[in-house]
Design a protein around this ligand. Sequence first.
Ligand code: AMP
Length: 427
Amino acid sequence: MTLLKAVRGTRDLLPPETELWNHVEATARRVFARYNFGEIRTPIFEDTSLFARGVGEETDIVSKEMYTWEDRARAQSEKSQSLTLRPENTAGVVRAYIEHKLGESGLLQKLYYIGPQFRRERPQKGRYRQFWQIGAEVIGPPSAGSESPLRDAEVIEMLSSFLDELGITGWTLVLNSVGSASDRPKYVAALREALAPVKDQMSLDNQRRAETNPLRVLDSKDPADEAVIATLPKIADFLDDESKAHFAAVLSALDACGVKYEINPRLVRGLDYYTRTTFEFTHGGLGAQNALLGGGRYDGLSEMLGGPKAPGIGFAMGEDRLVLTLLAALDQSVAPPQAAAFIAPLGEGLNAAALALARELRHAGLSVELGDGSFRLKKSFEAADKTARAIVILGEDELKSGILTVKTFATGVQTKVPRAELAVFLQ
Ligand code: AMP
């Protein structure tokens, strides 16, 4: 029989590495709570048109990377429907914002999510077909201050605090402004005009983008196209006064709290809904897939999905990449966790009593490994040495007297400990 394996681009996350995933998620929850964010969980699949409208038909994500299928009707009352595994979570959050009329509270909605996303990309280190994102959105009616540049700066400052608290050093924050919904068409027209005479000199992908979505040309990583891209007009020259002032206010708030950044006029990002501020945090240790996270403002997205005016700003971090970065700092491996004690029953007749002792210690908050009475003492010692800091021997005598024999591996010392004091002794 052929062996079944995890599908290309997907992987199993195993202990002890999953400890690191939990640590990343716990840190995110802790930091986001300090900024008063609440958690949202949206479905993993949605109506395909949510992404077509929200992310943009011409993006790589929608045009070639989505997992889409025709979901058959199961009853006469149902219609078959085109569904898609979510390739990102912002569109789902904004759909939920509209569906649940969250804007009617008049308050800013500050929502974060943690979960898997799906894109049929070419797998490589740091790029998977199922990957995890931790993201957040600040969205609300303009009267709640959702358009304020302070929101952009606060979100970016939160991310720098999160990375610091997680212990990821050496990141770079790159920022740009892609202008308002009215700045972008002017810029796109100028790009198109500048690209027309030179596009033949570029890769086939960029020749196509020059026609369909010229902004995407700036995203290109193909070194052969660099020379042409360097000659193209810059978005900064097309921003109206309001967009310029907005961007300047974001920068001055970041300066005020000492968050360092670089400005990259080519940072337009791969999704169509962005307006004004766009940003990315990159890390040199990641290789080709060097973006730890990306985000930006999306002032027209709610209207694109048929909702009320609801400007917003958000980001998504690649959790896989956060973990890769932490792993590199730990020399690629996480030390397996050590239990406080390994209980070794001497004979199968003592197995039940050993479980009762383990229960006692676990209720006291200790992590305990339970051996088996069929093990010879030598085997129990070997197993204990690999998984726990100490071994507790439970024979008939120990059970009767209530005095247990404990050996602590770090010191090599063997002592007798009364059962009532055992939990404190092992702590
Ligand atoms: P995006 O939703 O494309 O703006 O991506 C936001 C972040 O998600 C990126 O900066 C990456 O860290 C991460 N990411 C995006 N696509 C993948 C993928 N295929 N595999 C792993 N991480 C990804």
